[in-house]
Design a protein around this ligand. Structure first.
Ligand SMILES: [Zn+2]
Length: 408
C-alpha cells in the first residue's frame, strides 16, 4: 500500500474527473493538454489512478505515425454504490456501478410516513440482504440517500417544512439519518432532497445544458434547480420548495395548516383529490374502476388513465398544468434555464402532462426566451432519482479526501 498525500490525491482526482467527463476516452497526450501537464506528470497520475482501479485502458487510437496511442477511460466497474430513495410510502433500494447503471433494485413498503428509526433499520437490513444476494458485484463504496424532504446543507439532516409551519415537532426534522446509516453500514453516506437528486441526474446526462429546472409532480410538488452545472440549494436547503406558496384564492385547506397553498391545486395529492370527486368518478369509467371499493383514486392511477386516453383524467392534468405554467413562467423569466424536465410519478402519464404544460408556458414567455427553452419528460419508475442518488455518492467518493478509501 502506498500512502498518498492530499496533493497527490488531488492530482489523481483530476485525472478521474477528466476521464468521467470524456466517456469516449483520452490518450495520454490529450489528458496532458486538458490538465496542462507534461508527459511524465500525466504518466505518474494516470498510473496512480489505474492502481486504484479508477481508470483503465480501452483500446488504442489510430496511429498518426509510430505506435498507436492507448486510450484511457473511467472504470465505472471499479466499485458499487448503494442508493436508497425514500418516498412518502415506499423506499427504492438499488446497487449501481460508478456511472449510475443499476445492477439490481428492490422496493420496500416503508417511507417517511413511518418513524425514521424504523425506516433506517429496514434500509440497513434490506441493503445488507441485497449486497449478499449479489456476491459478483464489486464492493460497495458508499451510499447515496434521498428523501422527499429538504435537507439542511450545513448539517445534512432533513427539514420538515410542514411541521415547522404547523409549529409541530416532526420525527424526521433534524433526525441524524446520515450518521446513523453510516455507523450501521460502516460506509460513507450522502443525503439529499429527492428533487435535487433528480435535477442532478438530469444535469449529468450527455449533452445536458448547464442551466435547467426539474419539476417533480408526485404526491407532492417540488422543483430542482441546476445553475451553471451545479445544483442550487439556497442557503437554507429550501430552494425550489414551491408546494406551500400561497397561491390564488382556492381557500382549500392545506396539510400545513394554511389555505390556498399551491400544493392544494397542483400536486399529486391535488390530482388524486380532484379525480376522487363524485362528478369525476361518474364521468370516467377508468376512474370508477380504479376507485372500486375504496371510493377514491391515487395520483398514479390518474396518470395511468391519462396515458390510456381517459378524457376526464387528461382534463384534470390539463388544469394542473395550466396552474403550474403560471408559476414556472415567472421562474423561467427570472432564471432563464435552457431546459425544464418534468418527472416524478407524473411521467407515468406519458407525454400528456408535459406537452400541455409546455404549450401553456410558451404562451406566457417572451418569444426569445421560449425559443431557447426545451421541455421534456423525465424518467419513469424512480430512474432519475436512483441515477441522482448514485451520482451524489460517486461525485463525493471520487474527490481527493475520499480517494484514500480506494487504496488497496
Ligand atoms: Zn401548505
Amino acid at each position: 500500500m502506498i500512502v498518498d498525500g492530499l496533493a497527490v490525491l488531488e492530482q489523481v482526482a483530476a485525472v478521474v474527473r477528466v476521464a468521467r467527463l470524456n466517456p469516449a476516452g483520452l490518450t495520454r497526450a490529450e489528458l496532458g493538454r486538458v490538465l496542462h501537464l507534461g508527459r511524465n506528470g500525466v504518466e505518474d497520475r494516470l498510473q496512480r489512478a489505474a492502481e486504484l482501479g479508477l481508470v483503465c485502458q480501452a483500446g488504442t487510437r489510430k496511429s498518426t505515425g509510430g505506435r498507436a496511442p492507448a486510450v484511457w477511460v473511467f472504470n465505472a466497474g471499479a466499485g458499487t454504490v448503494a442508493t436508497a430513495s425514500v418516498s412518502i410510502f415506499h423506499t427504492t433500494l438499488a446497487l449501481t456501478d460508478l456511472a449510475g447503471e443499476v445492477r439490481c433494485q428492490r422496493r420496500l413498503d416503508c417511507g417517511v410516513i413511518a418513524p425514521p428509526e424504523e425506516v433506517c433499520g429496514k434500509i440497513v437490513a434490506a441493503l445488507r440482504a441485497l449486497v449478499a444476494e449479489h456476491p459478483g458485484l464489486p464492493g460497495v463504496r458508499g451510499v447515496g440517500l434521498t428523501l422527499p424532504l429538504p435537507v439542511d446543507p450545513q448539517e445534512s439532516c432533513p427539514i420538515d417544512p410542514v411541521a415547522l409551519t404547523l409549529g409541530e415537532t416532526s420525527p424526521w426534522s433534524k433526525f441524524p439519518l446520515r450518521n446513523r446509516l453510516a455507523a450501521e453500514l460502516r460506509l460513507p453516506v450522502w443525503i439529499d432532497d429527492e428533487v435535487d437528486a433528480m435535477a442532478l441526474a438530469a444535469s449529468v446526462r450527455p449533452g445536458a445544458p448547464a442551466d435547467l429546472f426539474y419539476l417533480r409532480v408526485s404526491p407532492g410538488l417540488g422543483l430542482g434547480i441546476v445553475s451553471g452545472g451545479q445544483v442550487h440549494r439556497g442557503n437554507t436547503g429550501l430552494a425550489g420548495e414551491l408546494g406551500h406558496l400561497q397561491f390564488g384564492d382556492s381557500g382549500l385547506p392545506c396539510r400545513c395548516g394554511r389555505q390556498s397553498c399551491l400544493e392544494t391545486v397542483a400536486s399529486g395529492k391535488a390530482i388524486a383529490d380532484t379525480a376522487s370527486r363524485a362528478g369525476n368518478l361518474a364521468r370516467s369509467p377508468a376512474l370508477r374502476a380504479a376507485a372500486a371499493g375504496r371510493g377514491e383514486v391515487t395520483a398514479e392511477q390518474v396518470f395511468a388513465a391519462a396515458a390510456g386516453g381517459d378524457r376526464v383524467c387528461v382534463k384534470i392534468l390539463s388544469d394542473v398544468a395550466v396552474v403550474l405554467s403560471v408559476v414556472l413562467a415567472v421562474l423561467v423569466a427570472v432564471y432563464s434555464p435552457s431546459e425544464i424536465v418534468i418527472g416524478g410519478e407524473v411521467a407515468r402519464s406519458g407525454p400528456v402532462f408535459a406537452s400541455i404544460l409546455e404549450v401553456a408556458l410558451r404562451r406566457k414567455l417572451l418569444p426569445t426566451t421560449a425559443a431557447r427553452l426545451t421541455v421534456r419528460l423525465g424518467g419513469v419508475d424512480q430512474s432519475d432519482v436512483i441515477v441522482g442518488a448514485s451520482r451524489l455518492a460517486c461525485d463525493a467518493l471520487l474527490t481527493a479526501p475520499q480517494l484514500s478509501r480506494w487504496i488497496k
